[in-house]
Design a protein around this ligand. Structure first.
Ligand code: NAD
Length: 325
């Protein structure tokens, strides 16, 4: 759709990136997104071992000949992943784009850059974005407060965060969080972003390997149906409202709060994964952004990307007509 710094760096036709979501960023989805002209993304930590990640990368290559990326998240985890071997696998596989998130040591960025890999760093504040730019990342993906997963602790929504990041940075900015359609994409581009990242919207697609009940839960959810859990641990996480997230909030709200050990049985990723696979919408925490309120169908990735680009064009043309009037 657009020839800009983001499409050139990422090697895709449309400036749309699929978030490398935990338990969702798998080969079938990433390949479908890349085949649709956007950039698909595997989630490195979704795979149980680095060897399994290498196999997933190889599998993805049998499904698409277009570029796709790998997300490596470095946030607190129950079982610390073997990051050295994960990065080795990525470099050895010749992955062209890596999306990093969390506390990434400078030497990781250097390792990726030396291997000629384009680094997209995901962050939730302008100060972290500036620090990442200084460390040499190629693109910043700025995650507004609306986003699924970890919005940080500053609570700045995209409408302010996107232009603030664009003003502060020299590298291109991808807008993340709060975008589910061509209207959001047009808005993000108008704010100065050169691309958009979507997670929750891609969960509700035909190719996402999550149970139909979870997709239906996203369709049913309104924009008010997410909750921020783990705020008291300064590891805020946006998830769907369900009995598990309500119980986490109840424990956090007690006098004296809750320790992570008390929350672990509720929030641990394996429990969330089992819920996603079984379609048990009340079985664990289910990550989702406020855009759940904007999702009302389950298209293929190709249909989604095509109609998004068309709607974005329409909105930008309508805005241009207004400006010319
Ligand atoms: P997990 O089972 O390791 O942990 C579950 C949740 O508890 C995660 O939110 C994690 O950040 C948090 N957590 C773990 N140890 C903690 C501690 N000591 N103190 C405070 N919080 C702690 O997580 P998982 O579901 O297997 O996911 C693996 C990684 O991917 C985690 O780092 C998770 O945060 C991250 N993730 C990121 C997103 C995102 O939106 N960027 C979404 C899902 C998961």
């Amino acid at each position: 759709m657009q020839d800009n710094r983001v499409t050139r760096l990422l090697g895709c036709r449309h400036p749309i990136v699929q978030g490398g979501m935990q338990w969702v960023g798998r080969a079938k989805l990433a390949a479908a997104v890349s085949n649709a002209g956007a950039l698909g993304m595997l989630g490195a930590l979704t795979q149980p071992t680095p060897e399994a990640l290498a196999e997933e990368i190889a599998h993805c290559r049998t499904l698409t000949d277009r570029p796709f990326g790998v997300n490596v998240t470095m946030l607190p985890t129950v079982n610390p992943p073997p990051y050295d071997r994960i990065f080795e696998v990525i470099v050895r596989a010749g992955i062209p784009v890596v999306e990093t998130a969390g506390n990434v040591p400078a030497e990781r960025f250097a390792q990726l850059r030396e291997a000629g890999i384009v680094v997209v760093h995901k962050c939730t504040s302008v100060r972290h974005a500036l620090a990442a730019e200084k460390r040499g990342v190629d693109i910043v993906s700025i995650d507004g407060f609306e986003c699924a997963g970890h919005p940080g602790e500053d609570d700045v929504p995209g409408l302010v965060l996107i232009p603030a990041a664009v003003s502060a940075l020299s590298v291109p900015v991808i807008a993340s969080g709060g975008i589910a359609d061509g209207r959001g994409m047009a808005a993000a581009l108008a704010l100065g972003a050169e691309g958009v990242n979507m997670g929750t919207r891609f969960v509700a697609t035909q190719e996402a390997q999550v149970h139909e009940h979870i997709k239906q839960a996203l369709l049913a959810a309104r924009e008010t149906d997410t909750r921020l859990i783990m705020r008291t641990l300064r590891n805020s996480s946006r998830v769907l409202l369900n009995p598990v997230s309500e119980e986490v909030l109840r424990l956090e709200g007690r006098a004296g709060g809750a320790t992570f050990d008390e929350l672990r049985p509720l929030v641990n990723g394996q429990r969330g994964r089992a819920a996603l696979e079984a379609g048990d919408t009340t079985g664990g925490v289910i990550w989702a952004g406020m855009v759940a309120g904007l999702i009302d169908d389950i298209p293929t990735c190709a249909e989604l990307v095509e109609r998004m680009v068309a709607q974005c064009r329409e909105r930008l043309a309508a805005a241009a007509a207004l400006a010319a009037a």
